[in-house]
Design a binder for this molecule. Structure first.
Ligand code: UQ8
Length: 240
C-alpha cells in the first residue's frame, strides 16, 4: 500500500515539474537561469526537428526562403538554401526578465548552408561572377538573441507569451569554408584563386555579408517560435 501511495505521489510530482509539451524538459521558474538553460538545451533538438502538433516546421534541415542582397558592391542571391545544424546547438545561457518582458538566449553551433548561388560585382577587393552550387561550412557560430514579448490571456483566462520583436548578434568564431561550383564560367585558374581568397578572408566576409543569411534563418525560427507559444500556455511549459 505504502509503495503504491509513494508511486502515485511521485507520478503527480513528476507530472507537475516535467513539461508534457516537451517531454523530459523541466518546468522551471522563468527567471531561474540555472534551470532554464538546461531546459532549453533539452528542448532545442526536438523543437528544431519540428513539432507538428504545435505547428512548428522542421527547422533542421531548414528550407530557407530565398535570399538576395546588394551590399558593398556585391550582388548575391541564394535559392533553395538548406541550413543544417540547429538541432546540435549548445545553449550557453537563457535569461528571462519578467519585469522587462524579455528573453535572451545565447547558443553556439557548427552549421552548413547549401544552395544555388548567383554572384556578381566585387567581393572585398576582387571582381567576381558565378552561378552554381554553394556549400558553406561554419565552425562555432555564436548567436546572442534578445526577444521582447507581451503576455496575453485567452477567453478562458490562460496566459500566453506573445513575442513582439527580436534582435541578435552573431559571430562566426572558428572558421567558414566555401566550396563554389561554376565561378567565372568554369575558368579553373580564376576559380581556384577566388576560392583561396574567400577561404583566407572568411572572417571579414562573414562580418560583411553574413547578416542577410542569418536574418533569413532567424525570421523563420521567430515565426515558428510565435506559432509554438500560441499553441502552449505559459503554465504548460514553465512554473508560472
Ligand atoms: C560569392 C560568394 C559565395 C559570396 C559569399 C557572400 C556571403 C553570403 C557570405 C556569408 C558568409 C558567412 C560565413 C555567413 C554566415 C552565416 C551564418 C552565421 C548563418 C547562421 C544561420 C543561423 C544559425 C541563424 C540563426 C539566427 C537566430 C538569430 C536565431 C534565433 C531565432 C529565435 C527567434 C530564437 C528564439 C529562441 C527559441 C528557439 C525559442 C523556442 C523555445 C524553446 C526551444 C523552449 O525550449 C522553450 O521552453 C523551455 C520555449 O518557451 C519558452 C521556447 O520559446
Amino acid at each position: 500500500m505504502g509503495v503504491i501511495f509513494k508511486f502515485v505521489v511521485s507520478l503527480i510530482a513528476v507530472n507537475f515539474v516535467y513539461c508534457a509539451v516537451l517531454p523530459g524538459v523541466d518546468k522551471c521558474n522563468l527567471e531561474d537561469s540555472a534551470c532554464m538553460t538546461p531546459a532549453f538545451q533539452k528542448a532545442f533538438p526536438s523543437f528544431m526537428s519540428g513539432l507538428p502538433e504545435h505547428g512548428v516546421e522542421v527547422l533542421d534541415v531548414m528550407n530557407m526562403d530565398d535570399v538576395a542582397f546588394d551590399l558593398s558592391g556585391l550582388q548575391f542571391s541564394l535559392k533553395e538554401g538548406k541550413l543544417k545544424g540547429l538541432k546540435t546547438a549548445t545553449v550557453d545561457n537563457v535569461k528571462w526578465n519578467l519585469q522587462k518582458k524579455t528573453l535572451s538566449v545565447s547558443f553556439h553551433m557548427d552549421a552548413s548552408i547549401k544552395g544555388h548561388y548567383v554572384a556578381s560585382g566585387r567581393i572585398l577587393i576582387l571582381p567576381i561572377t558565378g552561378d552554381g552550387q554553394m556549400k558553406l561550412k561554419m565552425k562555432n557560430i555564436l548567436i546572442k538573441l534578445l526577444m521582447h514579448y507581451e503576455v496575453e490571456k485567452d477567453a478562458q483566462g490562460k496566459e500566453y507569451v506573445v513575442p513582439t520583436k527580436y534582435s541578435f548578434d552573431f559571430d562566426v568564431r572558428d572558421n567558414a569554408h566555401f566550396s563554389l561550383t561554376n565561378l567565372f564560367n568554369g575558368n579553373k585558374e580564376l576559380s581556384d584563386a577566388m576560392l583561396l581568397f574567400l577561404n583566407e578572408n572568411w572572417k571579414q566576409i562573414s562580418i560583411e555579408f553574413g547578416r542577410p543569411l542569418v536574418d533569413s534563418a532567424s525570421k523563420k525560427i521567430f515565426k515558428n517560435v510565435k506559432t509554438f507559444l500560441k499553441s502552449v500556455a505559459i503554465k504548460d511549459i514553465a512554473q508560472y
